[in-house]
Unconditional design. Structure first.
Ligand SMILES: [Zn+2]
Length: 441
């Protein structure tokens, strides 16, 4: 009996010890995140020390089992990481810092991917920001047209960092596939006159769902697109889908399932226990309803064009835009879409989604859909709107002797490039008697 008790006591003291089994470090452009894997929940505290800048992390009843050798300390605020035991039972970790940081820490409870975690976010203090470069552009009349604003497309690659998203056949990670597609879409839109793409996530780190929409708002996005490649409970599920927000019921079983899964992303990636629904209820007024209805109808129309275009490269899961309560789509004033490029749980689609060529085709299809919509319905004040207004009011002009394209452009207060675009001209060569289209002034 005594031996059994002794064994139990030893076992118990092991369980109560919050061993640090692993340490990971993720770098975002403006912050870094340290994640400690613990075998059980533990009390902790953090505090900064200055000259030199350090951050101390104390974890009660803990010991370090990780070698700390796999951390990338070449970039980010952490220069060095060391640890020591205090009173033979508590763990003290000291971060030697390159600069002062604002630090925030919070525990995360276990989920499917991970066990107990302690997260420490490090944000370099703002005084280390570089001063803004101030340039005063000189504008002349012919430039005025190109001064019309671009349509801003916020491209959000789902998941990242701690949150791999779906893991498909052959160990393929959703977070990598969707970042590759997002970057290809960004490159295509960058080349397109009248568009400015804005990548929400640029590398392998996690961003909270609400922060993603906030980043889109900060960049004055006209459109928010979240790219995914999820897994479904059935291996047979396949095809691409486009989702818009539904505040009530989801339009299909898969939509509901995926929305639940995506919305729990913050529990894996970690946003410090912020509830996803904290503000929605407070804001659920008439005003919000109005702008939401407007942006939702844009989302549905635009989504349908993207979906049709994707039908050229992929099998479609559903022919219509589906609706579900994805947290990432809840911007009241920015049309927002969530695109499932395919199912990583389907072996055939996983194989395709892994290849760069298929990722390119997917990006091209999304690009085509976005462009088609905005050519038809450009937001007021944009370059595309100015082109469309002109092409909406067109008359014909017969080239007279002595005319040059630049003189005609000037006379109709339009730029050479618009005139060429309007007429499909590759150069400025015109001949007497030729009929060209000009904007009616
Ligand atoms: Zn996803």
């Amino acid at each position: 009996m005594r031996t059994v008790l002794a064994v139990l006591l030893i076992a118990f003291s092991y369980v109560s010890l919050a061993d640090v089994q692993g340490v990971r470090l993720w770098h975002a452009p403006d912050s870094s995140r340290l994640v400690f894997d613990l075998n059980t929940g533990a009390d902790h505290k953090i505090f900064p020390l200055s000259s030199p800048n350090r951050l101390v992390i104390d974890i009660d009843n803990s010991k370090m089992l990780d070698s700390l050798k796999n951390l990338d300390l070449d970039v980010g605020p952490v220069k060095k990481m060391r640890w020591a035991m205090r009173d033979h039972k508590d763990l003290r970790i000291v971060l030697d810092l390159r600069e002062a940081v604002d630090a925030k820490s919070f525990p995360l409870s276990p989920n499917k991917q991970y066990g107990h975690r302690l997260v420490v976010d490090l944000v370099p203090k703002s005084d280390s920001f570089k001063p803004l470069e101030i340039t005063q552009p000189v504008i002349d009349a012919t430039q005025a047209e190109s001064m019309k604003r671009d349509i801003i497309v916020a491209i959000d690659a789902g998941h990242g960092g701690e949150d791999p998203g779906a893991i498909g056949h052959g160990g393929i990670y959703e977070k990598r596939v969707v970042l590759a597609i997002a970057k290809k879409l960004e490159a295509l839109l960058k080349k397109e006159k009248g568009f400015t793409p804005k990548l929400i996530r640029t590398g392998d780190y996690y961003i909270g769902l609400r922060e993603r929409t906030q980043k889109a708002r900060k960049s004055n996005a006209d459109l928010f697109i979240s790219i995914h490649a999820d897994a479904f409970s059935s291996h047979r599920a396949s095809g691409s889908s486009v989702f818009a927000l539904s505040q009530r019921g989801a339009t299909s079983e898969a939509a509901r399932w995926l929305a639940d899964k995506e919305n729990s992303s913050d529990l894996i990636g970690g946003v410090g226990g912020v509830s996803l629904d904290d503000k929605e209820d407070l804001l659920a007024g008439v005003l919000l309803d109005l702008s939401m209805t407007a942006s939702l109808s844009v989302s549905l129309d635009l989504g349908q064009m993207v979906l049709n275009s994707m039908g050229g490269v992929a099998k479609l899961h559903k022919r219509r835009v589906e609706q579900a309560g994805f947290a990432v789509l809840k911007s009241p004033d920015i049309p927002s879409l969530l695109i499932e490029t395919g199912f990583l749980s389907n072996p055939g689609e996983a194989r395709k989604l892994k290849t760069s060529s298929y990722q390119s085709q997917m990006a091209a299809a999304i690009h085509k859909g976005i462009k088609r919509y905005f050519m038809q319905f450009p937001p007021p004040g944009t370059y595309l709107a100015s082109i469309k207004n002109k092409s909406d009011r067109i008359r014909e002009y017969v080239i007279a002797p002595g005319d040059t394209l630049s003189v005609i452009a000037q006379r109709h207060s339009v730029s050479m490039s618009t005139l060429k675009q309007l007429n499909g001209l590759k150069n400025s060569i015109i001949r007497v008697g030729q009929v060209i289209k000009v904007p009616a002034s």
